[in-house]
Design a protein around this ligand. Sequence first.
Ligand SMILES: Nc1ncnc2c1ncn2[C@@H]1O[C@H](COP(=O)(O)OP(=O)(O)OP(=O)(O)O)[C@@H](O)[C@H]1O
Ligand SMILES: O=C(O)C1=C[C@@H](O)[C@@H](O)[C@H](O)C1
Ligand SMILES: [Mg+2]
Length: 175
Amino acid sequence: MSPVAVLVGPPGAGKTTVGTLLAERLGVPFADSDALVEATAGRAISDIFLTDGEPVFRALERDAVAGGLADHDGVLALGGGAVMTEAVRDLLDGHPVVFLGVGLAVGVRRVGLSTARPLLAGVNPRATFSALLQERLPVYRSVARHEIATDNVSPDGVVDAVLAALRAEVGDGAR
Ligand SMILES: Nc1ncnc2c1ncn2[C@@H]1O[C@H](COP(=O)(O)OP(=O)(O)OP(=O)(O)O)[C@@H](O)[C@H]1O
Ligand SMILES: O=C(O)C1=C[C@@H](O)[C@@H](O)[C@H](O)C1
Ligand SMILES: [Mg+2]
């Protein structure tokens, strides 16, 4: 048992939106490490950040990713910062990881000023998002087999691109 696709990328890349559609198209279940953490902790992520701090959240996230990779047979979306944990990067080795990319302008527009994303809830979300992209882009690329740009592409269009990438991979493996 292991996921047919693991989606990584920054907040607003569409991991949850695209992951849900992709799972529907493939007829498999969808899971999201953010939702797994919230279900296990019985609390919202914003509350965990506020009350316990980011390191506690990252440890819960690592455990959720480990569980998802071991038990989940469908599409698994990771929280935007999960790949910054070394243990998560190690766990991803050998899995079909797809990086959904988004540029600064579109990313900021998509996430808006939602307080549901504690890392972006500061005074200057644009600067925070920019720094986050700069730090994380090489990390997303290092764990992913495929990179799909999502700016100006509909969620269904992104699903098409992910499926094409995964199918090309299967074809490559068969040669
Ligand atoms: N390809 C797309 N085109 C237009 N809007 C999109 C696209 N993908 C996602 N969105 C919109 O952007 C917002 C963020 O999407 P979503 O929650 O799926 O991102 P995420 O990658 O899961 O973010 P997070 O890391 O915070 O969980 C949602 O309002 C969603 O409808
Ligand atoms: O980019 C991040 O570090 C985060 C993204 C969200 O998916 C959540 O996992 C949390 O808000 C942290
Ligand atoms: Mg999400």
